[in-house]
Design a binder for this molecule. Sequence first.
Ligand code: F6R
Length: 245
Amino acid sequence: MNVRILKDEKAVARAVAARVIATLADRPAAVLGLPTGRTPIQLYAHLRAAYASGRVDFSKATTFNLDEFLGLAPDHPASYRAFMETHLFAHVNLSRRRIHFLNGVTSDPAAECVRYEKAIARAGGIDLQILGIGGNGHIGFNEPASGLLSDSHPARLEPGTRRSNADLFGGRVEAVPREALSMGVGTILRSKAVILVATGAGKADAIKATVQGLVTTRVPASLLQLHGAVEVVVDEAAAAGLVGR
Ligand code: F6R
């Protein structure tokens, strides 16, 4: 994997924003895969600023978000859809009909996941998938396990994952849903290019295992080693465990 180590969170956000801007300049109708979470907040701030100053145009772009909590409607303030509205969608010229999300209030989760896979395929696949990483090595909501489901699927969240999402629910871990819908590792690996973003010391072990460890479903992000076009963009703190960097 191609690893880029930058000074801090700010430099990481700037570099990843530059990649998104360049992708859209080169291919205005690009299909982007997007994460939520703390890591991309500054990235989305850069993209909003770039749009406001006329440096990027989203009008022909398509987006697919990685995941959504099961049981939360798109307008629920703690939903990932609401997060995306706040940090990006409400501020840029993405066409509403080209914004795609897994529906957290579907009555048929399995069918909803099939619909999502079909929608991604119909859009021509994901050109650039941006990922965060959990401290446990998860990508999307693909948690460490003895096996992983390849396609989009309903997923059970680990206690640590629910804790790290508690902020969205006013700090109340018990309010964080136990289940979510997520793109699968296969969905992610079918993307043409992937950027894995990590900042802070809390991600150092996961980054070491992802980049220099064995390929194992116990560290879902390590499966990215099988993809030929992955760039890992990290700050010094998240890179601290890498040997020979
Ligand atoms: C969110 C997602 C998750 C996060 C990961 C890191 O859409 O897919 O895999 O990327 O949990 O979260 P943060 O950035 O909050 O540390």
